[in-house]
Design a protein around this ligand. Structure first.
Ligand code: ADP
Ligand code: MG
Length: 588
């Protein structure tokens, strides 16, 4: 693989392959078809971009979104790879076709719709093609979460070029989806390569939502880089964006399907180009955004499923630098989600319940969050990751079974129609007029929780709601549900994760994560990067990633040779930007 390594260094400036890239590239170079399942940020694009430079002929890349294609195009061109997109949004289609025919393209990006068109097939027949790369390949499967019928047109197209190998790429595919992708795209089972799901640079933290605005403000205070905040509704998105920008003074813009298309596109573009902006969005945001320097992803409410959570948080830290994923949850989120489950078609209900159950386990666990996530995806991870809230600051565990029994019993005996506040008063023995009128001060549960146990009550109630043992009535009262009866009988325990004492004065993370903010040289390099990016009309990360600037500031290369040894500085970028960066380094 020496030639591939040499080309890796010359084109991308990388000194080594990552994870299972080398294996995938090896197969492509040997003409073997492959399905590679690798997590977000693993570097899937490189597994076809690198061979496309090494092999004679053009690599045809199928991608589901024009925005994704244009993003890739910019990055490929910045590395000196000859690439073009052939989409309805491109005015230079004639020129692209000529370049393809003349063998002047390493990469040709197209959408799946084009694959079915007769003249696209004719075009591909008119010049050598070295590889079909199918990005976001889960779109071909109905089992996947983004089924795109047009992906089904790829197989007939590729079958008419039997000598061209295929490379399908995806980050999210369970066993069923993987098998389906192999069949739908005509790739043999021996071509399956699965990299682990783990994203070790993302730190997971899950907290109860006390005051979303304040908690998010604090998070933004610790994280000065770009961030995404997911909120459940358009109204919440608008409200949070406005208030957060007010209280933090930072640029915070909204994104949801209700905005005018121009505003939505403008906000997205501003985010992609920014080094410190925060976008508050509904889950409509994210697909097709490969911004590598997102430093945090926050959920202002409970996500839809563990799969959705993993995909959304996966948008943080693609560049490999430290990033955080923070979820703020409340019992009400689960109550609402459970109500919705009862409204879906009957045959989907039990699946939806299982999804919610898995989420509540993630939220409630006192154990390692990452281990739970990875086990969910069928892996066998170590018990502790050392990079999630529970590993870094272990919560205590308490047996809340007795308290839970008292609470459930009070809910039952008062007729399953009162809210938490009322039940709490009954349990604490605080009779008011309403309680006396109904004779609830005469119940055996009246006053059975003493002042020592009292602080546990609210948390027990939350936990019972999250796991579905308590549900809310139409009028907001609590009622028994799920395994409440088993808990009352003593057949099922209720364990509680107790917030660690140090949580309140949680260690402040260094602002900006690993970047030496405030270091004059680093700041000067960032300023130069901004300038060059604006000039070229690309986002700053296309010029160089933060890690490259950090390396420059730390190692202070004195000449072009030394600069070229930094990871991420390939031949093209060295030629285009080398002198400008060296000049700045000399000044400091
Ligand atoms: P994916 O499509 O798997 O989510 P990308 O192809 O967008 O990931 O790559 C994510 C980032 O990783 C890119 O910014 C890329 O430059 C970087 N990268 C890829 N391969 C390597 C490598 N071997 N060494 C260092 N960085 C890499
Ligand atoms: Mg990708």
């Amino acid at each position: 693989m020496q030639p591939a390594l040499d080309m890796l260094h010359a084109t991308f400036g990388f000194s080594a392959f990552r994870g299972r890239q080398e294996e995938v590239v090896g197969r492509v170079l040997a003409g073997q078809s492959t399905l590679a399942v690798m997590p977000t940020g693993a570097g899937k694009s490189l597994t076809y971009q690198l061979p496309s430079v090494m092999l004679p002929g053009t690599c045809v890349v199928i991608s589901p979104l024009i925005a994704l294609m244009h993003d890739q195009l910019r990055s490929a061109e910045a590395n000196g790879i000859r690439a073009a997109t052939l989409t309805s949004a491109d005015a230079n289609r004639e020129e692209t076709i000529d370049r393809f025919r003349a063998g002047e393209l390493d990469l040709l990006y197209a959408a799946p719709e084009r694959a079915s068109q007769g003249h696209f097939r004719e075009l591909l027949a008119s010049a050598p093609v070295c590889l079909f790369a199918i990005d976001e390949a889960h779109c071909v499967s109905e089992w996947g979460h983004d089924f795109r019928p047009d992906y089904r047109l790829l197989r007939p197209l590729m079958d008419s070029f039997p000598d061209v190998p295929r490379l399908a790429l995806t980050a999210t595919a369970d066993a069923q989806t993987r098998a389906d992708i192999l069949t739908q795209l005509g790739i043999g089972e021996d071509g399956l390569i699965i990299a682990g799901f783990d994203r070790p640079n993302i730190k997971y933290a899950i907290r109860h939502r006390e005051n979303a605005l304040k908690q998010l403000r604090d998070l933004m205070g610790e994280q000065s880089g770009p961030g995404i905040i997911y909120a459940p509704t358009r109204r919440k998105v608008e409200e949070l964006a406005e208030k957060l920008s007010e209280v933090t003074g930072r640029r915070v813009l909204p994104y949801h399907a209700g905005l005018a298309p121009e505003e939505r596109a403008a906000n997205q573009a501003a985010f992609v180009a920014s080094e410190d902006m925060v976008i508050v969005a509904t889950v409509a945001f994210g697909m097709g955004i490969d911004k590598p320097d997102v430093r945090f992803v926050a959920h202002a409410g409970v996500p839809k499923s563990i799969e959705a959570y993993y995909q959304e948080t996966g948008r943080a830290g693609r560049d490999g630098d430290d990033a955080v994923a923070v979820m703020l949850w409340a019992a009400a989120d689960f109550a609402l989600a459970r109500k919705r489950v009862e409204e879906v078609e009957e045959h989907r209900r039990s699946g939806e319940r299982t999804r919610l159950q898995a989420l509540s386990a993630l939220v409630e666990t006192a154990g390692c969050r990452r281990a739970l996530l990875l086990r969910h995806f069928g892996e066998d991870p170590p018990a502790n990751c050392g990079n999630c809230d529970n590993c870094l600051d272990a919560p205590g565990v308490a047996d809340g079974t007795t308290t839970a029994q008292k609470l459930l019993s009070a809910v039952y005996r008062t007729g399953q129609s009162f809210g938490y506040g009322y039940i709490e008063k009954v349990l604490l023995g605080q009779a008011d007029e309403r309680i006396q009128q109904r004779g609830h001060d005469q119940l055996t549960v009246f006053g059975i929780v003493d002042s020592e146990e009292a602080p546990l009550l609210r948390q027990v109630s939350r936990a019972l709601q999250a796991r579905g043992s308590l549900a809310t009535t139409e009028h907001g009262g609590l009622m028994l549900a799920g395994d409440a009866r088993e808990i009352l009988k003593g057949d099922v325990p209720v364990m509680l994760a107790l917030a660690p004492k140090s949580e309140r004065k949680r260690r402040k993370e260094r602002a900006g994560g690993v970047n030496p903010l405030g270091d004059p040289l680093f700041e000067a390099l960032r300023a130069l990067r901004r300038e060059l990016a604006t000039e070229a009309g690309v986002p700053p990360y296309v010029v160089f990633h933060d890690a490259v600037l950090r390396d420059m500031a730390a190692s202070r290369p004195a000449n072009s040779d030394q600069l070229g040894t930094i990871n991420g500085v390939g031949a093209r970028k060295l030629e285009a930007y080398g002198d400008a960066f060296l000049a700045v380094i000399r000044e400091y």
